[in-house]
Write a protein that binds this ligand. Structure first.
Ligand SMILES: Cc1cc2nc3c(=O)[nH]c(=O)nc-3n(C[C@H](O)[C@H](O)[C@H](O)COP(=O)(O)OP(=O)(O)OC[C@H]3O[C@@H](n4cnc5c(N)ncnc54)[C@H](O)[C@@H]3O)c2cc1C
Length: 507
């Protein structure tokens, strides 16, 4: 198909945000929308046969960018593997499908950091717009959005007892983990439709691909933005080894994710001036916040053997949102699985695990270019556990997880503690275990944050500071991470971006 090269909107990156945004902006049949995605048009649904349990097999495959971090001083100099989706649907095509929007305090924290109007109350309509959560309370749950929410109908006996152990340990039962102030133990919801995996591309994009005003170009890796006197006019890309350009008459929206968006900005001369000069990239806008503020939920777990074999098969899975102290917002996110996992997903055996992640870490890292070559992978430094407070809270979380694992509800199952076991008793020993085994929860955010200060990259209407015709909508704009898996929050950001971009055109 010949590609029409001039559009009203060019969206770069067809991941969670880009897929949703392209579908929403092309609802206006007058708006010519192009979506450029570096990866292929299909893959995960075929490779996994749509099986919701099959995500792990997609990691490291041809639909994964396969990033690695720089050696992490906070985790014994480990180089962590970072899967990110390189395919239509982006990371939502290879993710774990958990649908959790996050506690109201996570969004209110954005406004406190200078993102005026980006609070829970203002985000709620956009979070609701994305979801179709049948049977949930319509006051705060969407009923008619593109993203279908399904739960496995029943819990296996072990999954039920893991849930009940958290209740035994004193955590409140919570009906809906996506309620505004949800805290305690709840059953997780999933992005599953008719029993099949559902990426943002499946939910939003595939149903509208036949729109004449929507062009989706896959296998097109954007190299840099076309800049003209402080205005972004389009992008240069490479497809099947051949260069191409695409022009936007109204706006370019970057949705290349928390790694890709700052990378493309810096390749285009928009970022920290010193860093760009060192690489010989002409500076078009000195924005020190580009690529800064990178963070992710650090994740670790404890695991146990079992006295009897659990029933295999799909099951509901319990999660827990808790606080390490009363004066904090909820800051520990746990999930309960019916296998004993080895550290960093190295394998699994019969048993159970309690995974614990720090929901609002204070450590901050960066994304920087390795070179001016657009095909070379950037330097990714999430700075895991570089703030001592983060390690201390992870130790508290480990103790909470152990307290749950030792509850009566699990006495028929619980055998020896496999990880960390007897080697980790004191705080120092628990801390050492965490540093040795912690890894990614797959949730990088923050590298182009919203705000008005010198370190902010986009304003509260998501427009890049100092550049006309360019905005950003993806996980990178979050000032701080939500106390939840990040996909649902990114969908909310994309819904709001669609509203903001369309409103600009009407003026
Ligand atoms: C393994 C894994 C498990 C996860 N599990 C969950 C979960 O269970 N629940 C949950 O809520 N969240 C989960 N997440 C996180 C969630 O999927 C992400 O937060 C979300 O998808 C991010 O959306 P995004 O639009 O910011 O980026 P992405 O979805 O990553 O999209 C970015 C897109 O841009 C494309 N791109 C990048 N650079 C370029 C370029 N130069 N040119 C063209 N295209 C480009 C990429 O190929 C990609 O398609 C998981 C993520 C991973 C990787």
């Amino acid at each position: 198909m010949a590609v029409e090269q001039i559009y009203d909107y060019v969206i770069i990156g067809g991941g969670t945000a880009g897929a949703a945004l392209a579908a929403r902006l092309s609802e206006n049949s007058e708006a010519r929308v192009a979506l450029l995605e570096a990866g292929a048009g299909e893959g995960p649904a075929i490779m996994s046969d749509g099986n919701p349990e099959a995500a792990v097999g997609l990691w490291g495959s041809s639909v994964d960018w396969n990033y690695t971090t720089t050696p992490q001083s906070g985790t014994e100099n480990t180089v962590h593997t970072w899967p990110r989706g390189r395919v239509l649907g982006g990371s939502s095509s290879i993710n774990g499908l958990t649908h959790l929007r996050g506690h109201a305090s996570s969004y209110d924290a954005w406004e406190k950091q200078g993102a005026a109007g980006w609070n829970y109350r203002e985000m709620l309509p956009f979070l609701m717009r994305s979801e179709r959560a049948a049977g949930r309370d319509p006051r705060f749950r969407g009923q008619a959005g593109p993203m279908t929410i399904e739960e496995p109908p029943a819990a296996t006996p072990l999954a039920q007892d893991l849930h009940d152990a958290a209740v035994d340990a004193g955590f409140p039962r919570c009906e809906d983990g996506n309620a505004p102030q949800a805290e305690g133990v709840f059953w997780s919801e999933r992005n599953v439709a008719g029993g099949r995996r559902q990426s943002a591309a499946d939910a939003y994009l595939l149903p509208v691909l036949s729109r004449p005003n929507l062009t989706v170009v896959t296998d097109a890796q954007v190299q840099r933005l076309l800049m003209d006197n402080g205005r972004c006019r389009g992008a240069e890309y490479v497809r099947n080894g051949k260069p191409g350009t695409v022009h936007a008459e109204r706006e370019v929206v970057l949705s290349a994710g928390a790694i890709g968006s700052p990378q493309i900005l810096m390749l285009s001369g928009i970022g920290p001036a010193d860093h760009l000069r060192q690489l010989g990239i002409p500076v078009r806008a000195d924005l020190p916040g580009v690529g800064a503020n990178l963070h992710d939920h650090p994740l670790a777990w404890i695991s146990y053997g079992v006295k009897k074999s659990p029933v295999p098969g799909p099951s509901r899975q319990a999660m827990l949102l808790a606080r390490t102290s009363r004066d904090r917002d909820p800051d520990i996110l746990m999930s309960f699985t019916s296998v004993a996992l080895e550290p960093r997903w190295a394998g699994a055996q019969e048993g159970f695990s309690i995974l614990f992640g720090l929901a609002n870490p204070t450590s901050r890292g960066s994304v920087r270019l390795r070179s001016a070559d657009p095909t070379s992978y950037p330097l990714i430094d999430p700075a895991y556990l570089t703030e001592s407070e983060d390690l201390a809270r992870m130790v508290t979380a480990l103790r909470m997880a152990r307290h749950i694992a030792r509850a009566d509800a699990l006495s028929a199952w619980r055998d020896d503690e496999i990880l960390p076991g007897k080697e980790a008793v004191t705080d120092e020993e628990c801390g050492a275990y965490i540093r040795r085994t912690v890894g990614t929860y797959f949730h990088p955010v923050g590298t182009c944050r919203i705000g008005a200060d010198d370190g902010a990259v986009v304003d509260t209407a998501l427009r890049v500071h100092g550049i006309d015709g360019l905005s950003i909508a993806d996980a990178s704009v979050m000032p701080s991470i939500v106390a939840a898996n990040t996909n649902a929050a990114v969908l909310g950001i994309a819904e709001r971006a669609a509203h903001l971009v369309a409103a600009r055109a009407e003026r």
